[in-house]
Write a protein that binds this ligand. Structure first.
Ligand code: FAD
Length: 435
């Protein structure tokens, strides 16, 4: 006899597992199909922000995540050169939030969440099964799944595409996407890497792009570079790393065991169509520097489950639920999409205006505890108001201008004028996008 499911989830990554757990908690019978991505060879998200822990706790998945190992993360340490002592931004500065989070190797995190979800009530996992198509005509979509070489058709009420960036069902459902320019990330796992502040996500600024490093276990550090298409790490990316960490990195690069990823921003025009909802990376992504991907992999399922729950009293109304999901997701996604590129440009842009903005950001963060808390709340997705983001960006602009009076600046008018002109133009256009 054919098994019946209320919801079918395509993809058993972080977004797929948490979607299944969130919907199963409402009493829906859920099937997760996972095609079998070789996560061990992938370079992908490992450092999660505190809101992820709260979502996972609500879904009974926090203990399994902690069981996967990892290392605590208390915030971020920003460095502007090899001799900089670092500027610390602590999660504990955000009022009412969790003071610490975690970083776990990607494959271990994904596997732990999928296994734990599969053991929950109302959840069935088909590993090695790929969702091929959704025939979304009418109330009950017909879903074609290929499992062990055999195609079968299933019916359900709701289909969730948790297929990652390259989601095929999203395309088939007719959801258009805007795709940004690609760049390449190269990652190394360093045994006994000596980070200046173990327990913090490190951002090393000063090269042509920002280098990210954090502890993923007691004895291992992940370091990630943004490179060109040849994926070689240029010397000028190593220059801003303080010693002895730089020695550890050079040794890791010489050993040669690396993982790579092609990254690009992706912005779908909507988050659902017919009976299909997109979650996690299938619903869009930004530069990994923000480390916000996993927060959407757990936040989207929570939003979806809340929208579904609101219709259950009179029987599952998928159309209404997905309309509510669309609305609930629009604001955080808009803030994330504006914040990602603005942050990348501020931290690594090479134009005179970007350099001035960077001075403004560091000045602001060093002088304003409220600014540090607000910036980290935005970065960690705890805060998603575009008005707050615009207010914080405006504060950075003001500090950039105020920094022109600081003693350590290069006050020559020939240098300042182009920077201020660029800042004024860019600041206005970024603020307009944010609001
Ligand atoms: C280099 C890099 C660094 C990053 N660093 C961070 C970070 O530090 N913090 C952070 O929060 N985020 C980070 N991210 C982002 C984070 O990795 C992603 O947001 C997250 O992994 C996306 O998870 P997902 O479940 O949406 O998609 P995926 O992890 O891509 O999972 C999709 C799954 O669906 C399966 N699948 C696909 N199609 C089908 C189908 N039709 N049927 C069945 N199964 C299917 C695939 O096999 C796969 O397992 C980083 C990303 C990159 C590239």
């Amino acid at each position: 006899m054919e098994q019946r499911f209320d919801a079918i989830i395509a993809g058993g990554g972080i977004a797929g597992s948490t979607s299944a757990a969130a919907l199963a908690r409402l009493g829906l019978k859920v099937l997760i199909c996972e095609a079998g991505l070789p996560n061990e060879r992938r370079l992908a998200g490992e450092l999660v922000h505190p809101p992820v822990l709260s979502d996972l706790y609500a879904l009974g998945l926090l203990a399994p995540l902690r069981g996967a190992g990892g290392f605590p993360v208390y915030g971020f340490a920003l460095f502007r050169g090899a001799d900089d002592e670092g500027l610390l931004l602590g999660y504990s500065e955000i009022s009412g939030g969790r003071p610490a989070s975690i970083a776990v190797e990607h494959a271990r995190m994904t596997r732990a969440l999928l296994d734990a979800t599969a053991s929950q009530h109302n959840v069935t996992l088909w590993y090695g099964a790929r969702v091929l198509t959704v025939d979304d005509e009418g109330d009950t979509p017909r879903v074609t799944v290929c499992r062990a070489g055999v195609e079968r058709q299933l019916s359900c009420r709701l289909v969730v595409s948790a297929e990652g960036r390259g989601a095929k069902l999203r395309r088939r459902a007719g959801i258009e996407v805007e795709r940004g320019q690609p760049s390449w990330m190269v990652g190394y796992k360093l045994a006994h890497g000596r980070l200046p502040y173990p327990g913090y996500g490190h951002l090393f600024i000063g090269g042509p792009s920002v280098t990210l490093a954090y502890q993923i276990s007691r004895t291992e550090v992940r370091v990630m570079f943004e490179t060109g298409p040849d994926r070689d790490v240029p010397r000028d990316l190593l220059a801003p790393l303080p010693r002895p960490f730089r020695d550890d990195v050079e040794r890791g690069i010489a050993d040669g065991a690396r993982q790579t990823a092609k990254v690009f921003g992706l912005q779908p025009e909507r988050s659902s169509h017919g009976n299909v909802a997109v979650v996690g990376d299938a619903g869009g992504c930004v530069h990994p520097l923000t480390a916000s991907g996993i927060a959407f992999c757990t936040g989207d399922p929570m939003r979806l489950a809340r929208a579904v729950e609101g219709t259950l009293a009179s029987g599952l109304d998928v159309e209404l639920a997905l309309r509510r999901y669309e609305r609930a997701r629009a604001r955080p996604m808009r803030t994330r999409t504006a914040l990602g590129p603005a942050l990348v440009d501020t931290l690594s842009g090479t134009s005179p205006g970007s350099r001035l903005l960077r001075r403004g950001l560091f000045r602001y963060l060093a002088r304003s505890p409220r600014g540090r808390a607000a910036s980290l709340a935005l970065l960690s997705t705890r805060q998603s108001s575009s008005a707050v983001m615009a207010r914080e960006y405006a504060a950075v602009l003001m500090h950039a201008l105020a920094s022109l009076r600081d003693d350590d600046g290069d006050g020559r008018p020939s240098r300042l004028l182009p920077a201020v002109a660029e800042l004024a133009l860019r600041g206005t256009s970024t603020l307009r996008q944010m609001l």
